[in-house]
Design a binder for this molecule. Structure first.
Ligand code: ADP
Ligand code: MG
Length: 694
């Protein structure tokens, strides 16, 4: 392998390359666009486009694509060649500023939730100069936003960019009020990516993995993750080769892949990059997932990014580590050492805690998918109840602020936050509670609810916007204060005292927490059909409109898309289960029972004492008759899901009537699996899938 510093970002048209290849004036103009969002003239775009094309062609690239993130959650691309015929019948390689800035893919097949009727199918993609162009598979990829002709966002990037402006504006304004000369605030995220790697040949024998990305049947293997022997364990040679391959590809794309290790479940792993701005981190995470999937094939693996591929062992999440920092690089969630830093930290901490409390519904809705429902609350991932973990030490500090006493119980005459230096609290004590959905981990918040395959655009759009909103409320309370320090003390105290209920440092997996949370009045939205509609509640529409992040129409379209996707996923899963039961499982049981009966008959004919065969055949007959009954119920319920219902009713129906029938069917089938001879069973078992040895 080449030296990392040599290959790092070698396929990226980044600042370094731009500086080298663009005329000074063009570079300066482009920087103003990147940093301050200033309008890009077509002259500048033309020069940039040409330089980009030359750079790419030198690297053997022939095509370019506007690379965008439609609401399917994956990325989309349509490749065009640089090739243009010249007057002499030859060709020249051309790429204009217009082609760089704007594309017009026929977008009729992307979900729009009613935003764009098929007859006006055209959407357009617009260059996002804040995320660098890169080369992937011999194609120059230009990160773009994707909108309809009315300007409605048809993608995940546009609202994210809008939310980044919102938090920057709101945080900068309040920092300026506190006397700082900050001009811009940046939201950062480091997404930790979990995934499963299984043998490709075994994968190809399971219809459920192929069609649904998760096992729909499967009895537990004799061993699971109870010995904790996989977490951080030695990485198998074949897996290590795969990880190395991915690292190198990611480094070339300028992605700071940093940490890799085995995860809790057998065959489960994690990759964590160094954090970046939310926009770039989102693009990079999409690329990471794509490369993980693509590279698996080469190593004889299948990479599963489903939130819960296997019942009974951990599912895969994507921990979203979020912080905000100033243009000077000051992390606003860092407690700091001086009184002024402390006060500022407490203000941003209070804002985040209040934001999570006020918008529990949105945080829950933003991670709601059919797959993630199996994970949340499954004793392995945070529950569906949203709460904030601050750790005992920080919570005690906050309690003392609320009570007006000194930390550690000393009485205090007057609350003077910022005069007393915050006691040092060891960072490590804050972050080892893995059961909390939204945990403060020393200088960032870790939102642990997102599922492994979710784009982090949605969660970060929400976090940026809700925190921006509370910061605006804070600004309004502070802006006319006679004594800013007093006003800030009072505001921090009031905010914490009003939002104590969202803070929970205990075991989020316990059943007591569900009861306590109920008493505290916290939301518990247990399924996607229940959670998703909250995206477009009156309160949340008002929030997003206040910050120009989503319009009401855009929100309604997202609810529609997400619920529709939920229905489609459950329908595919149900049909796959029906197919597997009818075509593979029941015939396998029959063959085995036939064999048992045959042996039993032979035994009695020749006078050999009856063995286990008769009893087992009877047991299997009873179970398979039961399974057949449950199969019919599932088939019936799935057929009865009429499209005439509203999408909300339909999603609820799929959850209540189809998913529950699937669970019933599976329970019986899994019991049968434990009784049927291995060579009769049509699919690789959990044992084989999770504990492959080479
Ligand atoms: P763990 O949660 O496993 O202890 P780390 O503390 O190393 O892991 O952090 C995990 C992720 O958090 C990494 O992607 C890292 O880059 C990111 N991270 C660290 N600091 C910040 C920060 N200030 N803002 C956002 N993300 C951060
Ligand atoms: Mg972490």
């Amino acid at each position: 392998m080449a030296n990392i510093s040599e290959i790092f970002a070698s396929d990226v048209f980044n600042l370094h390359v731009m500086k080298e290849r663009l005329p000074r004036e063009t570079f300066k103009a482009l920087m103003k666009t990147i940093n301050n969002g200033e309008h890009l003239t077509s002259e500048v775009a033309s020069v940039v486009a040409n330089a980009m094309k030359d750079w790419a062609v030198e690297r053997g690239v022939t095509h370019y694509t506007h690379w965008f993130q439609p609401m399917t959650g994956i990325t989309a691309e349509k490749h065009d060649c640089f090739l243009t015929p010249d007057v002499n019948g030859g060709i020249i390689m051309e790429f204009s500023g217009k082609e760089l800035m704007k594309g017009e893919p026929d977008a009729s097949s992307f979900p729009s939730g009613g935003l764009r009727a098929t007859f006006e199918a055209r959407g357009y993609t617009a260059w996002d100069p804040t995320s660098y162009a890169f080369i992937k598979e011999n194609t120059l990829c230009i990160p773009t936003a994707f909108c309809s002709y009315n300007g409605d966002a048809l993608d995940k990037k546009t609202p994210l960019l809008r939310s980044m402006s919102a938090i920057s504006k709101s945080a900068t304004r309040i920092l300026n009020l506190l006397g700082s000369d900050t001009q811009r605030v940046i939201a950062n995220v480091g997404p930790e990516q979990e995934y499963f790697l299984i043998d490709r040949e075994m994968y190809s024998k399971r219809k459920d993995l192929i069609f649904a990305g998760r096992t729909l049947y499967g009895a537990p293997a004799p061993k699971g993750q109870e010995l904790d022997d996989h977490y951080f364990g030695t990485i198998k040679t074949r897996v290590a080769a795969y990880m190395k391959d991915i690292d190198e590809q990611l480094w070339k794309l300028g992605i700071y892949a940093k940490t890799k290790h085995n995860e809790a479940a057998p065959a489960q792993h994690e990759l964590a990059p160094v954090f970046e701005t939310t926009n770039i981190a989102t693009d990079h995470n999409q690329l990471t997932m794509e490369i993980m999937k693509r590279t698996a094939r080469k190593h004889g693996f299948k990479c599963l990014l489903h939130e819960k591929p296997f019942a009974g062992v951990n599912g895969s999440g994507k921990h979203n580590n979020w912080s905000i920092s100033t243009d000077k690089g000051v992390n606003l969630l860092n407690p700091g050492k001086t009184p002024a830093e402390n006060a500022q930290f407490l203000l941003f901490l209070a804002a985040t805690v209040k934001a999570v409390n006020d918008y529990q519904d949105l945080l829950r809705a933003t991670v709601a998918t059919a797959g993630n429902d199996h994970r949340l609350g499954g004793n392995e991932a945070p529950p569906a109840i949203i709460s904030v973990f601050l750790g005992d030490e920080l919570t005690d500090i906050i309690k003392s602020i609320v009570k007006g006493t000194h930390y550690k119980g000393k009485p205090m005459d007057k609350m003077e936050i910022g005069v007393d230096v915050l006691p040092n609290f060891p960072r490590d004590t804050t972050d080892r509670n893995r059961t909390s959905p939204f945990a403060f981990t020393g200088n960032k918040f870790e939102f642990r609810s997102p599922g492994a395959k979710l784009s982090v655009a949605g969660p970060n759009t929400v976090i940026n916007t809700i925190v921006a909103d509370v910061l605006d409320q804070f600004y309004d309370k502070l802006k006319d204060a006679d004594d800013l320090q007093d006003a800030m003390d009072a505001l921090i105290k009031k905010t914490f005292s009003e939002n104590m209920d969202i803070i929970f440092n205990g075991d989020g997996y316990s059943s007591e927490w569900v009861e306590i949370a109920k008493e505290r009045g916290l939301l518990n939205l247990s399924s996607a059909p229940e959670a998703v509609p909250h995206l477009a509640s009156e309160k949340n529409i008002a929030l997003f409109e206040r910050h120009g992040v989503y319009s009401a129409t855009e929100l309604h379209s997202r609810v529609e898309i997400l619920l529709d996707e939920y229905c489609k996923i459950i329908n595919i899963e149900a049909l796959t289960m029906i197919d597997m039961a009818k075509k593979d499982i029941l015939p396998a049981v029959s063959s085995y029972v036939k064999e048992l009966c045959h042996t039993a008959k032979l035994s009695s004919e020749i006078g050999v004492e009856a063995g286990f065969e008769k009893e087992l055949a009877n047991r299997l007959n009873t179970l398979s008759a039961d399974m057949y009954k449950k199969l019919n119920i599932l088939e019936e319920n799935n057929k009865n899901a009429h499209s005439t219902k509203s999408v909300q009713e339909l999603a609820t129906y799929y959850h209540d009537s189809v998913l529950s029938a699937m669970n019933d069917l599976r329970a019986t089938a899994d019991e049968i699996e434990t009784l049927v001879g291995e060579k009769y069973w049509p699919y690789p078992t959990y044992g084989a899938l999770l504990f492959y040895t080479v």
